[in-house]
Ligand binder design. Structure first.
Ligand SMILES: Nc1ncnc2c1ncn2[C@@H]1O[C@H](COP(=O)(O)OP(=O)(O)OP(=O)(O)O)[C@@H](O)[C@H]1O
Length: 279
């Protein structure tokens, strides 16, 4: 059980519900007694030390890893107890932005975004064309770039094209793995604004893994801290810094953490050790 769940909405619609999850690889236990509930419209950042199991947890939410026990429900469905066709239908309701952008290098920008729509095999060509250009525009990529190859793009543009592709099927839920890693501060800031705008326009729920404190403080409605094989704290960013745990102290109270915290528009008192609830 994690501290401080901050579930302040009256009647939130649950989009993801992980209950008592355990994940093992042979003798290695990655998650144990891990529970997490994500509501509609939230932007939840998942943080934790290297090897703490963030990527594996994301893979559990995507139905790419099997739990040893416990359940993972997305849009109300236990994704490990449904057939492949049903799982594919659920997958069409979410988008995933991989850390490296993961564009197909042999396809143009346009074809990369059109591809998920073509795979549905039901949409007419003209609709796919218009929708792909619209998604590119929403991600800040003009039509003049549509016929470029990924190798012709900057890191920031690759992320934007990958985001346009993740949005191709009008998802309700978006997974982001280190969305601003490798971007310079300006590109990173404008990517953060873009995610926020898209969340507002498309009523998206967003789950992201990030090490970037500026991104985390700028975007997150809640931060889930993964340590000791489960979620040790799940709170608003300004509250999560108050918890006493070695990972939280190192991650949030270092120089970068303090700087990012300082930049928060409505920050409470300065985070300091010793006042928080011990877990
Ligand atoms: N397919 C696998 N087989 C065996 N062990 C695995 C497998 N995938 C992940 N692990 C192990 O699970 C643990 C958690 O890995 P994971 O990649 O989720 O960590 P992480 O928190 O994302 O780390 P980082 O921040 O360094 O990317 C690690 O010990 C890793 O070696």
């Amino acid at each position: 059980m994690s501290a401080c769940t901050d579930d302040h909405t009256d009647n939130p619609q649950t989009i993801i519900e992980i209950d008592n999850l355990s994940t093992r690889f042979g003798d290695v236990v990655v998650h144990e007694h891990l529970s997490l509930k994500i509501n509609q419209g939230e932007i939840v950042s998942l943080v934790g030390g290297s090897g703490s199991g963030k990527t594996v947890l994301l893979r559990q939410m995507l139905g790419l890893n099997q739990p040893a026990s416990g359940s993972v429900r997305v849009f109300g469905e236990d994704i490990n107890r449904i057939d492949a066709e049903h799982l594919q239908q659920l997958r069409n309701r979410w988008g995933m932005l991989f850390q490296q952008g993961a564009l197909f290098s042999a396809l143009t920008v346009f074809d990369n975004v059109a591809q998920p729509m073509r795979e549905l095999r039901v949409l007419p060509k003209q609709l796919i064309r218009d929708a792909a250009l619209l998604k590119l525009q929403m991600a800040g990529i003009g039509p003049e770039h549509a016929l470029k190859m990924p190798s012709d793009l900057s890191g920031g543009m690759i992320k934007r094209v990958a985001l346009a592709r993740a949005l191709a099927l009008e998802p309700e839920l978006l997974f982001l793995d280190e969305p601003t890693a490798g971007l310079d501060p300006n590109a990173s800031e404008s990517f953060v604004s873009l995610i926020r705008e898209l969340r507002d326009e498309m009523h998206l729920t967003v789950v992201m893994v990030t090490h970037d404190l500026d991104t985390l403080f700028a975007l997150s409605s809640r931060v889930a801290v993964l340590a000791d094989k489960h979620i040790i704290a799940y709170c608003r960013p300004d509250k999560v810094v108050e918890f006493k745990h070695p990972f939280i102290e190192t991650f949030f109270r270092g120089e970068r953490g303090q700087r990012a915290f300082e930049a928060l528009p409505d920050k409470p008192d300065q985070p300091k050790g010793g006042e928080s609830q011990s877990l």
